[in-house]
Ligand binder design. Structure first.
Ligand code: SAH
Length: 350
């Protein structure tokens, strides 16, 4: 760690912010010593609000049918070699029941942008889960919708919404998405979600094609100003049926470094150690927790469809039952001195 890196790290720790050029410098010049220094500070910050608790969110992948054509994603509409599925309301409710039975108090409904899930359909599902499990938080991750749609889903009882911004640089955004998708609409969605009272999550992939340190610095500056309650980041992992099939995967080391920085910018943020991180390294999720993450998202989807929700190649945990996933994760978390907790794990009060 050079004296300059030390100065930037200390200022980040103290002020919870840096200028965009300084984030870029911090990232570009980082070494193992800086990473360790920031991880120690991140873990100390997290401890003030959450101790050694790691929150569990049961992930239900409701559909791999998608009208979008994001260049990085394995379930993009152009992928003709993807066997499509969607879960019925009954199947989704059964997965939620199973999650609650296993001790989870948050379920996340994630899927492609599948037109089948109209507001009426999703509102029915959210109400169904809430009626049966009033102490359970419902998180949605269903992509871009209208403000009116977000309003109705919120009214039906949805508590949180995850919508990664993907990149805070408009030009980079257009290198990752087809022409009909827009950076402005993605940002509009995030603002609407926030204003409608959702606990809101943004996020991005690390090492996505064409990404530079300057883009990552812009992501950090965006997070600093948006102040999300949740932030999902994970390495980009290529999928063989996409235009980015031949691109290199993102780095586990850089992802962990960014987890520490994000924890220092937003000390109370709910930060998952993602499945993509676990895919790129056998102990990826543990490394994420040790860098400052505090959420894990075991898979609750029916085992027979899990392989089909293939956003990227070699995704882990596609063969196990939900109960096995949670047991395996609990053991991994305990091993590193943390504890899985099953309460709702809301954003900590100041
Ligand atoms: N349709 C929803 C859910 C998307 S899937 C939405 O638009 O929000 C959740 C996240 O997976 C995406 O936001 C993206 O950041 C990530 N993802 C997609 N393809 C990926 C890949 N090849 N490697 C790593 N992460 C990927």
């Amino acid at each position: 760690m050079t004296p300059r890196e030390r100065e930037l790290a200390d200022r980040l720790i103290r002020d919870r912010r840096l200028r965009a050029e300084e984030y870029e410098e911090l990232l570009a010049e980082r070494d193992a010593e800086t990473a360790e220094y920031l991880a120690a500070a991140a873990v100390a910050e997290r401890k003030k609000y959450y101790g050694t608790k790691v929150f569990v969110r049961g992930l239900i992948e409701i559909s791999n049918i998608c009208k979008n054509d994001c260049l990085y994603c394995g379930i993009r509409r152009s992928n003709r070699n993807c066997e499509r599925y969607r879960l019925s309301a009954e199947e989704i409710l059964a997965c939620a029941d199973e999650g609650v039975r296993l001790g989870m108090r948050t379920v996340v409904l994630q899927g492609g942008e599948d037109p089948y899930y109209t507001d009426d359909v999703v509102c029915g599902i959210v109400r169904g889960i809430k009626e049966k499990h009033p102490d359970c938080a419902v998180t949605l991750s269903l992509g871009e919708r209208s403000r009116e749609s977000y309003r109705r889903l919120r009214e039906a009882g949805a508590d949180r919404y995850l919508l990664r911004h993907e990149t805070a640089d408009a030009e980079h955004y257009h290198m990752l998405h087809p022409a009909e998708m827009s950076y402005d609409n993605r940002m509009r969605c995030l603002r609407d979600l926030r204003e409608l009272g959702y606990q809101t999550g943004c996020g991005f992939m690390v090492g996505s094609p064409h990404q530079t340190m300057r883009h990552l610095a812009e992501d950090l500056a965006f997070i600093e100003s948006f102040r999300p309650e949740m932030c999902g980041i994970g390495p980009f992992v290529p999928h063989h049926e996409t235009p980015f099939a031949g691109e290199p995967a993102g780095s586990v080391e850089l992802t962990c470094f960014l987890l520490s920085v994000i924890r220092l910018i937003c000390p109370r943020v709910l930060l998952p150690a993602t499945t993509a991180l676990g895919t790129m390294h056998p102990r990826g999720r543990e490394l994420g927790i040790l860098a400052g993450a505090n959420v894990v998202m075991p898979n609750l989807s029916p085992v027979d469809v899990r392989k089909q929700y293939e956003l990227y190649d070699n995704k882990i945990c596609t063969g196990e039952e939900s109960a096995q996933c949670i047991r395996c994760l609990s053991a991994r978390i305990a091993e590193i001195g943390y504890e899985i907790v099953t309460d709702r794990g809301d954003y900590a009060a100041e």
